[in-house]
Ligand binder design. Structure first.
Ligand SMILES: [Zn+2]
Ligand SMILES: [Zn+2]
Length: 354
C-alpha cells in the first residue's frame, strides 16, 4: 500500500485563522506533506481545492468544513466534514441531522476534539463532544494539537513559553479521549481515529513580545494522519480526493506525531492462513493470527491494546509480534522519549478480529 501524510483540521482567514489557503499550501510543501484538509468554521470555501506546486514538488489541498452550533453556549459538539461537496452549516443546530446530511451528501464526519476541557486562565470554555447519542459518524479526532496546548495554559505566561518552545507541548491524546474511543470500539462501533492540528496561526502578544502562535509549518511537522492507499496519488484532483476519502472511511490510517522522529513507514498488520489485514480491516479468523507492528525507528515503549486493555508492552522495540488467538479489537500505540519525557508517537487504527 502507498502511504501518504495528511495534515487536517486547520483554519484560514475565512474563519478565525490568520493565513490564506495559499499560505497553507506553501507551508505544506515546505513540510513535505502529501495533502492538507482545510476546515474553516461553518463555511465551505469553494474554488481553492487542488494541487499546489513548487518546483518538482506538489501538495493536494482539500477543503472541508468544521461545523458547530454557534448559538449554543458553550459551543460544544464540533464536527469535521470532509468530502460533502456542499456547505453543511445550515444543519449546525442539531448534531444528528448534521451527521445524516453529511452521509446523505456522500461525505465523512469526524467528531472533533472530543475531549477539550475548559481553561479558566485564558477564558476558554469546555468545547468537548457531549452528544454521545448520535449515530452514523465516521470517526473521532482522538488527538488535537490545539486542545492539548489549551490544556497546558495555566496562566497567560504559559502561552508565551510554549510559543517559544512548542516542541514541549505534545504528550499524547487526552486519556479521556482514548477512553471514549475504546468505549465506542467495545460497543461494536468502528470509529476511525484521526489526529488534527487545529492550526490557526494565531498572533499573540504579551507586553512588547509578539509572536505567531504555532505557524502552520510547525503543525505540519507535528501531529499528522498517515493514510494507506491502494495506489499512489495520480495528480488528478477528483480521483485522488476519492482515494483519500476511501482510506479515511476504511480506517486505513494511523496518527503519527512526526516531530520527534518521522513515523512514515509504520505498519500494523495481521497475518494468518490466507488472511492479510491492515489497520481498519475487519476479518473473520478461525485460527490464530500473527499481529505485527513495524516501526520506522526505535520506540521506547510499545503497547498492544485489546478491547481497551493493554495486553503486551515492549520496551525499546522496533518490531513487535504477537500471536492473537482470540477475537477482539486490537490496536497499537508507540511512545518515544523526546525533550525530557515519554511522548505519544504513533496510534494505529484497530484491526477487528471477529
Ligand atoms: Zn473546533
Ligand atoms: Zn478547529
Amino acid at each position: 500500500m502507498h502511504e501518504i501524510v495528511v495534515n487536517l483540521h486547520m483554519h484560514t482567514r475565512y474563519s478565525d485563522g490568520t493565513g490564506t489557503h495559499r499560505d497553507i499550501a506553501r507551508a505544506a510543501l515546505q513540510a513535505g506533506l502529501d495533502a492538507v484538509i482545510v476546515t474553516d468554521h461553518n463555511v465551505w470555501v469553494q474554488g481553492l481545492e487542488g494541487y499546489y506546486r513548487q518546483g518538482s514538488q506538489r501538495v493536494l489541498l482539500l477543503v472541508g468544513e468544521e461545523v458547530h452550533d454557534q448559538r449554543r453556549e458553550p459551543q460544544k459538539n464540533h464536527v469535521l466534514v470532509f468530502g460533502a461537496g456542499r456547505d453543511m452549516a445550515s444543519f449546525a443546530d442539531d448534531p444528528q441531522s448534521l451527521l445524516d446530511a453529511v452521509r446523505g451528501a456522500g461525505g465523512l464526519a469526524f467528531l472533533a476534539h472530543i475531549h477539550d476541557p475548559e481553561q479558566p486562565a485564558v477564558h476558554e470554555p469546555d468545547i468537548s463532544w457531549v452528544d454521545w447519542s448520535v449515530q452514523g459518524f465516521t470517526g473521532v479526532e482522538l488527538w488535537n494539537g490545539m486542545s492539548e496546548f489549551k490544556g497546558l495554559l495555566k496562566t497567560r505566561l504559559h502561552a508565551l513559553f510554549y510559543a517559544y518552545f512548542p516542541e514541549l507541548i505534545a504528550r499524547g491524546p487526552y486519556p479521556q479521549a482514548i477512553q471514549k474511543w475504546d468505549e465506542l470500539l467495545l460497543d461494536g462501533k468502528r470509529p476511525v481515529a484521526i489526529g488534527g492540528s487545529d492550526a490557526h496561526a494565531l498572533h499573540a502578544s504579551l507586553g512588547p513580545l509578539r509572536r505567531t502562535l504555532f505557524p502552520y509549518e510547525f503543525h505540519f511537522a507535528a501531529i499528522n494522519t498517515h493514510l494507506l492507499l491502494p495506489a499512489p496519488l495520480s495528480g488528478d484532483l477528483t480521483a485522488d480526493r476519492r482515494l483519500i476519502l476511501e482510506a479515511f472511511s476504511a480506517g486505513h490510517a494511523f496518527i503519527g506525531y512526526d516531530l520527534p522522529a518521522s513515523t512514515r513507514g509504520f505498519r500494523f498488520s495481521a497475518q494468518g492462513k490466507g488472511i492479510r489485514a491492515v489497520m481498519g480491516d475487519e476479518i473473520q479468523a478461525a485460527g490464530a493470527l500473527t499481529l505485527q507492528a513495524h516501526l520506522p525507528a526505535l520506540a521506547h515503549e510499545c503497547r498492544l491494546i485489546k478491547d481497551g486493555r493493554p495486553i503486551r508492552v515492549w520496551k525499546r522495540a522496533q518490531a513487535c509480534t504477537h500471536i492473537a488467538s482470540a477475537p477482539g479489537v486490537y490496536r497499537f500505540e508507540a511512545y518515544r522519549r523526546a525533550w525530557g519525557r515519554l511522548r505519544a508517537w504513533i496510534f494505529s487504527n484497530p484491526i477487528y478480529i471477529r
